[in-house]
Design a binder for this molecule. Sequence first.
Ligand code: NAD
Ligand code: MN
Length: 334
Amino acid sequence: MAYRICLIEGDGIGHEVIPAARKVLEATGLPLEFVEAEAGWETFERRGTSVPEETVEKILSCHATLFGAATSPTRKVPGFFGAIRYLRRRLDLYANVRPAKSRPIPGSRPGVDLVIVRENTEGLYVEQERRYLDVAIADAVISKKASERIGRAALRIAEGRPRKTLHIAHKANVLPLTQGLFLDTVKEVAKDFPLVNVQDIIVDNCAMQLVMRPERFDVIVTTNLLGDILSDLTAGLVGGLGLAPSANVGDATAVFEPVHGSAPDIAGKGIANPTAAILSAAMMLDYLGEKEAARKVEQAVDLVLEKGPRTPDLGGNATTEAFTQKVVEALKAL
Ligand code: NAD
Ligand code: MN
């Protein structure tokens, strides 16, 4: 039986990095069937909605989904909603898993092997904003239920790793009701995971420690906006957004996507780094149970990152296609 994979390019460099990841997936030799779907700003402009209902149906008909990136305007556009944020809530993809690992390139810090587990359905990302004359208010929602399940997801990940360490990053000192509920709830569920060493850390200190001594972190669990920011920081530690993969995991399905956005500044030039999308595809293979194929894809990427050619974001001059071709060759030789 073939795995059914939903592919959503989205906007901007999504049109470049998703076809690249598809080529690498095809080179694994696994039985894969691809289903293409659309979402994002271009879809909104064409069809008046950023996520057509048939896209949701296609995702649910597949074993997993690989998503590129979607553009969100910074101004308010009537009727528009962010495609990936909508999918996270609609499909209840409550755990956003964002690994950061040292890579064999000059810009990467050595000794980093950590995972940020970001709550993905609430916090400030409920997108409830109001404006009264010159004052604007945004709601941040924290529930015990969502804190409990993200806590469990992070604890399970920590339990499966050699160092078995979890940091709960929070701002409960300033927001004792919302951030405090998150912190207390994760600490409570941690009692069910006696093998995991659990510590709490205030998020701003966590940001500083991540820059100074990233190697001391294993798994970090945090709320939505804080996780969004910390995971760009950790991406920066190991070579930048072009290298950072992620998974949005729920109980019913999972959507894998690079941490980066649609990169309008380089879109259409054929120079986007497809590594983040390819590593997201590797995370997807791991989720599907194809651990060996996942490991080989990651190994092939590291081999090409080490030897080159590299894309311009890493100081090289390779195109997206040339880099991808090298990864495909390296994978087939493994
Ligand atoms: P971005 O990630 O698109 O780009 C940030 C910088 O990193 C840019 O200079 C870009 O050229 C570079 N970059 C990103 N990915 C790269 C890659 N694969 N290879 C080489 N360079 C890469 O973030 P932004 O500029 O803040 O946002 C642009 C748009 O993307 C916005 O509309 C934003 O809303 C959207 N966005 C979407 C997602 C998502 O779909 N999950 C995530 C972040 C931003
Ligand atoms: Mn982000």
